[in-house]
Design a protein around this ligand. Structure first.
Ligand SMILES: Cc1cc2nc3c(=O)[nH]c(=O)nc-3n(C[C@H](O)[C@H](O)[C@H](O)COP(=O)(O)OP(=O)(O)OC[C@H]3O[C@@H](n4cnc5c(N)ncnc54)[C@H](O)[C@@H]3O)c2cc1C
Ligand SMILES: NC(=O)c1ccc[n+]([C@@H]2O[C@H](COP(=O)([O-])OP(=O)(O)OC[C@H]3O[C@@H](n4cnc5c(N)ncnc54)[C@H](OP(=O)(O)O)[C@@H]3O)[C@@H](O)[C@H]2O)c1
Length: 246
């Protein structure tokens, strides 16, 4: 049975770079930090063309999305035209298991994102309950170039107030000060990611969340398994939790 989508309006829009933008919607929906919502275009007959988007907003706040326009995509190019006052259709609640529920408590929590894979972490960091889940949090945020580091100012401001270290990575040009050049996988292999964060990844002390590009997730999981970490599930506790965007 089709999930019911409710109409809501776009309240505001922020453009970070060509094809990369945030939308704030009027609606607030029941959700946990880290979950996704379903967003649909105007219905044709009784059907919406729809896709999943992680909420970047904290629970209880107007729903905010961080979206990249995928060339030749069906939904994201339509969202790229959305402006304040336009109507979109969203699910009535958040869904998904990429949350802080059921994570084993370990000293260090790593949040690793590529591109718009930042969104669920932003929701968690804005909510704040994440700081109960670990003593230290490292956010490794990999994008192609510095203009794609959406919300970097907000994230850097959070570092001053919380035990959070943000490591921006840019793969195609130089990163901003304090960041790394290259892919997150390569910087894990050469040790500079952990050195820059001042935190090592180890099975005894770490839980790692991975979100975004599925090839990044596959490669990171391979590297982490080789270091003795294991996949986490509610039934079999481990160290690695993933959210693949495609
Ligand atoms: C749980 C979940 C949460 C998601 N959260 C977000 C989010 O917060 N922000 C966001 O922008 N997207 C997010 N996505 C991706 C989103 O659902 C759509 O897949 C994306 O917007 C492309 O949809 P489309 O209709 O434009 O392209 P489609 O017509 O669906 O597909 C085009 C092709 O592009 C590829 N593709 C899909 N997404 C990407 C991407 N980001 N980069 C490169 N290639 C891609 C796929 O192989 C797909 O077959 C999420 C996906 C999932 C499963
Ligand atoms: N980002 C934007 O502002 C923008 C704007 C318009 C359109 N688009 C389109 O949106 C889609 C998504 O682009 P995106 O830049 O958001 O996401 P992306 O292609 O997933 O790239 C984000 C980051 O992930 C890295 N990465 C990719 N594969 C990896 C792997 N296997 N291991 C480790 N790191 C990996 C990339 O490195 P590499 O650079 O080495 O690949 C890049 O640093 C593309 O189709 C793009 O053309 C993006």
């Amino acid at each position: 049975m089709a999930i019911t989508l409710q109409p809501t309006r776009v309240v505001s829009r922020r453009d970070w770079a060509a094809g990369l933008f945030s939308l704030v919607l009027e609606v607030q929906i029941p959700m946990k930090a880290g979950q996704f919502v379903t967003v649909g275009l105007a219905p044709q007959g009784d059907r919406h063309t729809r896709r999943a988007y992680s909420a970047a907003s904290a629970p209880g706040q107007p729903l905010e999305l961080l979206v990249v326009e995928v060339e030749d995509g069906r939904v994201s190019p339509m969202l790229a035209h959305a402006k304040p006052g336009d109507t979109l259709y969203v699910s009535e609640r958040g869904k998904g298991l990429f949350t802080l529920d059921d994570l084993p408590r370990r000293r260090d929590l790593w949040l690793i994102a590529t591109g718009t894979g930042l969104a669920p972490y932003l929701s968690m960091l804005r909510e704040g309950a994440i700081y109960e889940a670990a003593d230290r949090i490292v956010l490794a945020y990999g994008v192609r170039q510095p203009e794609h580091l959406a919300y970097l100012d907000e994230l850097q401001a959070m570092q001053g107030a919380h035990p959070l270290t943000v490591v921006p990575l840019c793969s195609r040009t130089d990163p901003p000060k304090g960041g790394l050049r290259g892919r997150v996988t390569d910087r894990l292999i050469d040790g500079t990611l952990e050195y820059t964060a001042g935190v090592s990844i180890a099975a005894e002390t770490s839980h790692v969340l991975l979100c975004g590009n599925p090839t990044m997730i596959d490669e990171m999981v391979g590297l982490l398994l080789a270091r003795g970490l294991e996949r986490h599930s509610r039934r079999v506790p481990g160290h690695i939790t993933t959210e693949r965007y495609w």
